[in-house]
Design a protein around this ligand. Structure first.
Ligand code: ZN
Length: 316
């Protein structure tokens, strides 16, 4: 049996022991305001971190080395080459897996921190649930006034994603015995409004009884489909891929408008406003119902049909 040689692995191993960052300097000295913010965020009320003799929480070690958006000058070409090799081989994804710290002496406000980092190890090729790749461990040696005060080992996995993320699924409506008739109507491309047979009041969403007279009997009327935007919100963040599809190129992966639509019959319904960029949706915009089919591979229920509202040109 011959063992297959992992040529990439051999090339990556050659980077072990090489510098990842050299002669870097902390952007700020150890200071009380950053200690206070950290302790508040961590809900750490230990008295050692307050007052004239305060020390910095040991786990803040990495904080004093962070480069912020502008980064540090001392990052080496070797480290960039190593990551470049991994990218070229298809290991384009990265996840931080763990860190280990050792503390030799406490840091105090006023300490000026400097540090170097070394590529300590590159693992053999590993197969993980995320995909196959390599663990890269860097070790940062942190100094203050020439003394080593701590080390920070940081491990990442650079990997080739196992498979593409499945297309985001539209969440299914919750169908129950009280609203099943509405969704049966939608499946048949009909927008059905519940009507109380006691007093004639129309209602949506569907309910077991009438809020106006308490009557439990009802029938339905089919909506004409006409209506207008009564109110709306534009969803910016967090992005929700299942909803960011759009028939407007400008909106393809961006914000989208969710409308509260007042139907011509008087009831209101929440749904997507289509046929217009999200920033052109406005209160009073005339719309017309249409039905969209969302193919849903793997769903037992088959394709999903939903009512949406298309902006109507030249009306209103
Ligand atoms: Zn009623």
């Amino acid at each position: 049996m011959s063992e297959e040689v992992d040529e990439l692995g051999v090339r990556l191993k050659a980077y072990e022991g090489r510098a990842a960052a050299v002669a870097c300097v902390g952007k700020d000295p150890v200071n009380a305001p950053m200690i206070r913010h950290w302790c508040e965020a961590m809900e750490d009320t230990h008295p050692a971190y307050r007052g004239p003799d305060a020390i910095a929480p040991p786990t803040m070690l990495q904080v004093w080395t962070m480069g912020g958006l502008s980064g540090h000058e001392g990052r080496t070409e070797a480290y960039d080459e190593l990551l470049g090799l991994l990218d070229e081989s298809g290991c384009t994804s990265v996840v931080a897996t763990d860190c280990e710290q050792e503390y030799l002496r406490p840091l105090r406000p006023g300490d000026e921190v400097s540090f170097d980092a070394v590529i300590e190890s590159v693992s053999d090729r590993k197969t993980t649930k995320l995909g196959a790749g390599y663990f890269v461990t860097t070790r940062m040696d942190v100094r203050a006034g020439g003394d080593l005060v701590g080390t920070h080992r940081f491990r990442i996995l650079k990997y080739a994603p196992a498979r593409r993320a499945p297309r985001a699924r539209r969440p299914r409506p919750v169908v129950n015995r009280d609203n099943a008739g509405f969704w049966e109507g939608v499946a048949a491309h009909r927008l059905l409004i519940q009507r109380c047979t006691g007093c004639g009041t129309l209602r949506h969403p569907w309910l077991p009884g009438c809020n106006a007279c308490g009557c439990l009997d009802w029938d339905t009327v089919e909506a004409s489909g006409g209506g207008a935007v009564y109110s709306y919100v534009v969803m910016h963040h967090p992005p929700f891929p299942a909803f960011t599809e759009s028939d407007h190129a400008a909106d393809a992966s961006g914000p989208y408008a969710v409308g509260l639509i007042e139907l011509a019959e008087g009831v209101r319904m929440v749904s997507t406003v289509v046929g217009v960029p999200h920033d052109k949706v406005r209160i009073g915009l005339p719309v017309r119902a249409e039905f969209r089919r969302y193919e849903d591979e793997g769903a037992e229920e088959g394709a999903l049909v939903l009512p949406v509202f298309r902006a109507v040109e030249g009306e209103g």
